[in-house]
Design a protein around this ligand. Structure first.
Ligand SMILES: [Zn+2]
Length: 603
């Protein structure tokens, strides 16, 4: 281990081409050198570990190189280059202004500026963290910076450009360094691993790169640490273990709990995370970040915003496919609120637990939201999502969503003729499944139908519904093949339940259906009241299938279904967290048992 050199030093770039993640900037610097258009002062800005000092040193070496190659890079072989590489060159002077920021340090630099270069064309002065210079030092420096001897080049570096005086900024050529992307870091770490004969999983390198937060130097230090403790075999498991990073599997399990409304699971997972020693604020922020990743992974167009390995992208996309965008937006918003409230909360654990409970209830109504709040009838929105294919005979033979969109696009009712397949069954009161009329969303002609006092749309069968008094769009004509058996509220509820039972794998829909409360509006028209837009969305996106199954099970083609969004009473939404929690405990006695079982202390 005598000759061990940390990777951050060993793999410090020695040419512009080997600087990671700053291609455009290094190309500009190289061009200005090869065209001999040097400024006398440069300002390199960017966060720590992005290569500012490395670039400054390469720049100093390159402008003094005797045999620059065709690409404008230093040869690394001439005397000057060798001295630079050994760190023994007299033509480069570095000052760390973070620790040497006084007037005397600056006077020392100004004195050195007067000494001409030795066996070279330029003397380069690198002043790191230049924003830390005291005012007196700044003022002493200004004159020299403005009119330095012709052989002097100043390279100032700063992590906080806004703190640099305008008088300095105006005298420098400014270069802004990018944060290094995760992918660039992973590529470089992978190169270092190969050079060192270390086996490293891409997922592990990704974790290291994320932890380094845009700083290559940190990434290399972390890599050394993980490689040392995992005996040269850097796996995903060893990386998260070493770096005390919360595995995204925890977040995925939580998302599953949110989607199924499983409060118990969510609270227990949080307990598990706490017991592993993770800070609650770190956890909430991690959860928000994970939700954000799911949000961008849910759409191929935004997938490029995801800085992750292909493996992680694939895994995220799978989870994202289960989540409605509305659910993710609301969930991020709840996490964000918890983050803001965290610092002022006296019981931080309770705050996080409340947030988790609310997250679990995003797709199911919470008790405090139910009640006799005046419902708001919402127009049924056409869904871009095609109904899920099922193998039951009750499924309509053609995609329904496109019909709905077409109807909306034309903004007119589309009374349909029976499909040709129905003709042979014209006299049959029990048509075969493919002949079942396709449900469409009909826009009213002339007068808007009014349901619940608010103008809205309703769903009607293609031939219209003579019994429906409020359906102005319907054609008063009943086809011989339309079924119109009478049914009771109980039979409707039974059919509703049967549909829930027959789709055990479609948890989003069945969960939404369980929470919707369909009630009879008139003879065949039912209104399902839902408590959130997410539930509304789940039902609407499956409306074609749902209506088809209802009509089939009830043997009645005139059944109509409207969705009504009930946002609850205005006062209910203004409850504080603790008020909400006490209402919740009263309404769900099992919460008390759970709190006792889990030894949670409440304030
Ligand atoms: Zn050289």
């Amino acid at each position: 281990m005598e000759n061990y050199i940390v990777s951050a030093r060993k793999y410090r770039p020695s040419t512009f081409a080997s600087v990671v993640g700053q291609k455009a900037l290094t190309a500009t610097l190289r061009n200005s050198i090869s065209k001999n258009r040097l400024a006398h002062a440069y300002l390199f800005c960017g966060s720590r570990g992005v290569g500012k000092t490395s670039c400054a040193r390469i720049f100093a070496k390159t402008i003094n190189c005797r045999h620059r190659n065709a690409d404008g890079e230093a040869c690394n072989e001439c005397d000057s280059c060798r001295e630079f590489n050994k760190g023994a060159s007299l033509n480069i002077v570095e000052l760390d202004a973070a620790s040497n920021n006084g007037i005397d340090d600056m006077k020392n630099i100004i004195d050195q500026v007067q000494v001409p270069p030795v066996n070279a064309d330029y003397r380069v002065f690198i002043i790191d963290e230049v924003h830390m210079l005291s005012n007196a030092a700044f003022n002493a420096f200004l004159k020299t910076l403005e009119e330095p001897p012709s052989y002097v080049v100043f390279i100032l570096a700063t992590t906080e450009k806004h703190k640099v005086l305008p008088t300095i900024l105006s005298r420098c050529q400014i270069y802004d360094f990018n944060r290094i992307t995760i992918q660039d870091m992973v590529d470089h770490l992978s190169y270092v691993a190969t050079q060192e004969g270390i086996i490293a999983e891409p997922a592990a390198l990704n974790v290291i790169a994320r932890k380094a937060d845009g700083a290559m130097r940190d990434a290399l230090s972390i890599f050394d640490q993980v490689a040392a403790s995992s005996m040269g075999n850097v796996t995903y498991a060893s990386a998260i273990d070493n770096l005390n990073i919360l595995d995204y599997e925890y977040y995925n399990r939580l998302i599953e709990a949110f989607l199924t409304g499983n409060i118990v699971d969510a609270l227990l997972i949080y307990k598990e995370i706490r017991e592993k020693g993770f800070d609650s604020l770190f956890f909430i922020n991690g959860l928000a970040q994970h939700l954000r990743d799911l949000m961008v992974a849910g759409n191929p167009k935004t997938m490029c915003l995801l800085e992750a390995s292909d493996q992680t992208r694939e895994a995220l996309a799978k989870v994202a496919a289960k989540c409605q965008p509305t659910f993710i937006y609301n969930a991020i918003s709840l996490c964000n609120k918890a983050d803001l409230d965290y610092r002022t909360a006296s019981n931080k654990q309770l705050l996080v637990e409340l947030t988790l409970i609310k997250l679990c209830q995003l797709l199911s109504p919470s008790p405090h939201e139910s009640g006799a709040g005046k419902g708001q009838l919402r127009p049924i929105k056409p869904s871009a999502q095609a109904p899920q294919a099922t193998t039951t005979a009750t499924t309509a033979p053609q995609p329904i969503a496109s019909d709905q969109q077409a109807t909306y696009g034309n903004r007119q009712a589309t009374p349909q003729q029976p499909t040709p397949a129905a003709s042979p069954d014209r006299n049959n009161n029990m048509p075969t499944a493919p002949a079942m009329p396709r449900p469409t969303v009909a826009m009213p002609r002339g007068k808007m139908p009014v349901i619940g006092g608010i103008p809205g749309f309703s769903i009607t069968n293609p031939k219209g519904n003579t019994q429906s008094s409020d359906n102005a769009a319907a054609t008063p004509q009943t086809s011989a093949q339309q079924r119109s058996e009478k049914f009771t509220d109980e039979e409707f509820a039974e059919a509703w339940q049967q549909i829930i039972d027959s789709h055990p794998t479609e948890q989003l829909l069945t969960n939404a259906m369980r929470n919707a409360r369909p009630r009879r509006h008139n003879e065949y028209h039912f209104i399902a009241t839902v408590e959130s837009e997410a539930i509304e969305g789940s039902i609407i996106s499956n409306l074609g299938m749902l209506l088809g199954e209802l009509r089939n099970r009830l043997k009645n083609d005139m059944v109509q279904l409207s969705i009504e969004l009930n946002k609850g009473q205005a006062t209910a939404t203004s409850l504080t967290d603790s008020e909400f929690y006490s209402v919740l405990r009263k309404k769900c006695p099992y919460l008390n048992t759970m709190i006792q079982d889990m030894h949670i202390t409440l304030i």
